[in-house]
Design a protein around this ligand. Structure first.
Ligand SMILES: [Zn+2]
Length: 440
C-alpha cells in the first residue's frame, strides 16, 4: 500500500498549492483529531482524511492509467497528537517554494507564512524571511519596501494588486489562530520557587527608596531577570512572554508596580502581587482601584484626545504640497547611523561631496553604521511657499503631492496608541539618556 511521511506530504502541499490554501486543512493538520471513520465525501487533492486507524493524505493516483484521488496513509502520524506543530523544525530547500534560494532550517509556521503571504502571491520577489516571532508589521514592511511607485510592477517590484494579495494571505492565516494556539505549560503559568522571598528581600533592603521610581524599576528588573532565568527553557513561555507580556507576569507573581492615579505625584506603589491577592485595607485597596479607573478613563478620555490631535494635525498640514522635483538645498540633518534605525533611511538621500545619493535598501545603509551622515530633511528644504520637495521628505512621496496627510495620520496614531496602551498593561521602565543625544 502506498504511504507518505508527514514532511513529504507537507512539501507536496506547499509545492503544488494544495491543502494549505484551504481552511479545513489547518483544522485537521494542527489539532488533535478524533480518529473515527468519517464519511469520505467531497475530498480534494491535498486534503487530510481522518479514519479510525490514522490520518490519510488525499492525493492523485500515481498510476498514469488511473484517474482520480486515493487515500495515502501518513506513515509517521502518531495518534493523540497533532500532525504538525507550528514550532516543529524543518529543513527546506529551493524545491519547496519559489522564494527559497538555499537550504534553510526553519519552523513549519514560518514556512507556511512565507508560502501563503509571499511565495504564492509574488513568487521570488520577496525572498524567504526566516525570522521567528514575525509581527504583521514585519510582513507589511517586507512588502512596502518593494512596492512599485507606478501601477505596474517593474524590475522585481510589487504592484498594489500583488501587495493586496500578500496581505490577504496574511489575513487568511490570522483565522487559524481561532482554533490553534500555543498550549500553556505548568511552568509558564506558575511562579518560580523563592519568587516571593526574593521580592520581599529586595523590598526590605530598599525600604527607604521605594518612593523613587528609578529604584523601584531596578527591583522590577532584578525580579524579571530571575523570572526569565526560570522560564528560559520553556517553549510556551518563549511564545507568550515577550515584550509587555513580561509585565503581566511581574504583576501576577511579584508585585503590582506603580499604579496610576488622578493625583499628581502620589505614591501608588503596589507591593503585593495578584497571586498574593488584593489587600482590602484602606491604604492598599484604593491603589488597585485607582489604577483600574485611570486605565478606563484613559480609554475614553485619551481616545478623544487622540482623535482631536489627528484633526488638528490634518488641518494644519493638509495645505502642504509635496513637490515632485528636488529643491536646490545643500544642507541636510546630521544623524548618527545606528543599528536598528537602518530601515528609516531607506528612500532618503544622504550627502556625498556636493550631491545627494539615495539609499535604495537597508543593505546600502548598513556600511554606514556608527558614522555621521547628512540626511536630506524637510527641516532644510528650501522649496518656496507652503511646499516641501519629495527628495527632502522621502522618495516614497515622489508621486504623492497630497501624501503629507499620511504622515500626520501616522503621528497622531502614535499618540492615540500610547493612550490606549494604558488600558491594557503598563510597566515603568528607566532609560539612560546621554545629554549629547538629546541635543543632536
Ligand atoms: Zn527640498
Amino acid at each position: 500500500m502506498r504511504t507518505i511521511t508527514k514532511l513529504e506530504f507537507l512539501k507536496h502541499c506547499l509545492k503544488y498549492k494544495v491543502g494549505v490554501t484551504q481552511k479545513r486543512w489547518y483544522v485537521t493538520a494542527f489539532t488533535i483529531p478524533l480518529l473515527k471513520e468519517t464519511d469520505l465525501v467531497d475530498y480534494h487533492e491535498g486534503d487530510i482524511a481522518v479514519k479510525a486507524d490514522g490520518l490519510y493524505a488525499v492525493l492523485q493516483k500515481e498510476d498514469d492509467e488511473a484517474v482520480g484521488l486515493e487515500f495515502v496513509k501518513l506513515s509517521d502520524y502518531k495518534p493523540k497528537e497533532p500532525l504538525y506543530r507550528w514550532t516543529d523544525e524543518v529543513t527546506v530547500d529551493s524545491d519547496w517554494l519559489d522564494n527559497l534560494q538555499k537550504e534553510e532550517v526553519t519552523s513549519i509556521g514560518i514556512l507556511i507564512l512565507n508560502a501563503v503571504a509571499f511565495a504564492y502571491p509574488v513568487g521570488k520577489k520577496i525572498p524567504f524571511l526566516n525570522k521567528r516571532g514575525m509581527k504583521p508589521s514585519t510582513i507589511e514592511h517586507a512588502i512596502a519596501i518593494r512596492l512599485a511607485n507606478t501601477d505596474e510592477a517593474v524590475d522585481g517590484s510589487i504592484s498594489m494588486a500583488e501587495a493586496i494579495q500578500c496581505i490577504d494571505g496574511m489575513n487568511f492565516l490570522e483565522f487559524v489562530g481561532t482554533f490553534t494556539n500555543t498550549a500553556a505549560t505548568p511552568k509558564s503559568i506558575t511562579a518560580p520557587k523563592g519568587a516571593r522571598e526574593l521580592k520581599e528581600k529586595l523590598f526590605r533592603e530598599n525600604k527607604d527608596k521605594l518612593g523613587d521610581s528609578v529604584e523601584v524599576t531596578k527591583i522590577a528588573n532584578q525580579l524579571q531577570a530571575f523570572d526569565k532565568e526560570y522560564l528560559k527553557d520553556d517553549p510556551a513561555a518563549q511564545a507568550y512572554f515577550t515584550g509587555k507580556a513580561t509585565a503581566s507576569r511581574t504583576k501576577l507573581h511579584y508585585f503590582g508596580g506603580q499604579g496610576l492615579d488622578f493625583k499628581e505625584g502620589s505614591n501608588n506603589l503596589i507591593t503585593k502581587s495578584l497571586g498574593e491577592g488584593i489587600e482590602t485595607n484602606q491604604s492598599e485597596f484604593p491603589k488597585w482601584m485607582n489604577d483600574s479607573r485611570y486605565a478606563s478613563f484613559s480609554r475614553g478620555g485619551k481616545t478623544a484626545q487622540g482623535g482631536y490631535t489627528y484633526k488638528i494635525l490634518q488641518r494644519s498640514l493638509s495645505s502642504l504640497i509635496i513637490v515632485g522635483k528636488p529643491c536646490e538645498t545643500k544642507k541636510g540633518h546630521k544623524r548618527v547611523i545606528e543599528k536598528g534605525d537602518f530601515s528609516k533611511y531607506v528612500n532618503r538621500y544622504y550627502k556625498k561631496g556636493e550631491g545627494w545619493v539615495l539609499f535604495k535598501s537597508v543593505e546600502e545603509v548598513v556600511p554606514f553604521e556608527g558614522k555621521v551622515l547628512e540626511i536630506r530633511s524637510p527641516i532644510y528644504c528650501i522649496e518656496p511657499g507652503n511646499n516641501i520637495c519629495y527628495a527632502c521628505l522621502s522618495e516614497h512621496y515622489k508621486h504623492s503631492p497630497d501624501g503629507i496627510v499620511n504622515i500626520s495620520a501616522a503621528v497622531s496614531s502614535i499618540i492615540l496608541n500610547t493612550a490606549l496602551k494604558l488600558m491594557h498593561n503598563s510597566a515603568m521602565g528607566a532609560a539612560t539618556i546621554e545629554l549629547p543625544d538629546l541635543a543632536s
